[in-house]
Structures are given as C-alpha cells and as structure tokens.
Design a protein. Structure first.
Length: 143
C-alpha cells in the first residue's frame, strides 16, 4: 500500500491486551479448582466452581463486543482520550465485577458497580458509534 497511511487502533490494542490478561486471570482459578476437584466438564454440582465459571462467562458475554466497539470508534476518528477513557472505564468495571463476584455470590458493591459501569460504557459506545456513523453517512450522501 504505497502512499496510504494506515491508522492502527493502538489504544484499543492496549486495552484488548489488558482485558486478555484479566481473562487469563479469571481462567486460572477455574483450572485449579477443576484439577483439585477432579471435575473435567461442567461444574459437577460444586457451587464454588459454578461461581468461578460464571465470573468468566460474564466477562466473555460483555467484553468482546465492547472491544470491537472500542476499536471501531478509534478507527472512526473518536479522540484517543475518549477511547482511553472508555477502555479504562470498561476495565475498571470488569475488575470490580470479577473481584466482587469471585469472592461471594449475590449482590455486592463491586458486582453492582462493575455491571453498571460496563453497561454505561456499552451505552456510551453505542450512542457514539451511531452518531459518528450517522453523521458520516449523511455527509457523504450514504455513499
């Protein structure tokens, strides 16, 4: 691609890497528990293992779309400071949720605020994405 400039979503890459590390940290307790309890599939009726599995599953249910949105927003020209703020907020939300829910089931400060922050980030990114895409489509006549 001679003569073209490719802008890489480096801020998103940073937050994707940090979230990947968090995901690995969520997987380790599951593997250890499975090994110690000799449970290879499912939760074996073990509530502690089930909770660890759900912490990881909740992460997987929320983070991939959020990181895709973050990358698309960065590629669409949303300022790096906004991308960094959204990525940091997402990471804080996921850390709060994981740390709280990993310790005990039920409602807690960390679980509530981790979920609320994650949903807020997803909402902010959805609105920003619709705004940026809609504005660009209108400016170009949809072409």
């Amino acid at each position: 691609m001679t003569g073209s400039i490719v802008t890489l979503p480096l801020v998103t890459l940073l937050f994707a890497a940090l979230h990947a590390l968090l995901m690995l940290a969520l997987l380790v307790p599951i593997s250890r528990h499975r090994h110690a309890s000799r449970i290879s599939l499912g939760d074996g009726g073990d509530p502690a293992l089930l909770r660890k599995i759900r912490v990881h599953a909740n992460f997987v249910e929320n983070v991939p779309l959020a990181l895709v949105m973050l990358g698309l927003l960065e590629l669409s020209g949303l300022g790096r400071s906004w991308i960094a703020a959204l990525g940091a907020a997402l990471l804080v939300g996921r850390l709060l949720h994981a740390a709280s829910f990993s310790r005990r089931p039920g409602n807690s400060f960390g679980r509530f605020w981790g979920t609320a922050i994650t949903w807020g980030v997803l909402l902010a990114m959805a609105v920003s994405g619709a705004w940026l895409a809609g504005g660009a489509l209108l400016a170009t006549g949809g072409a």
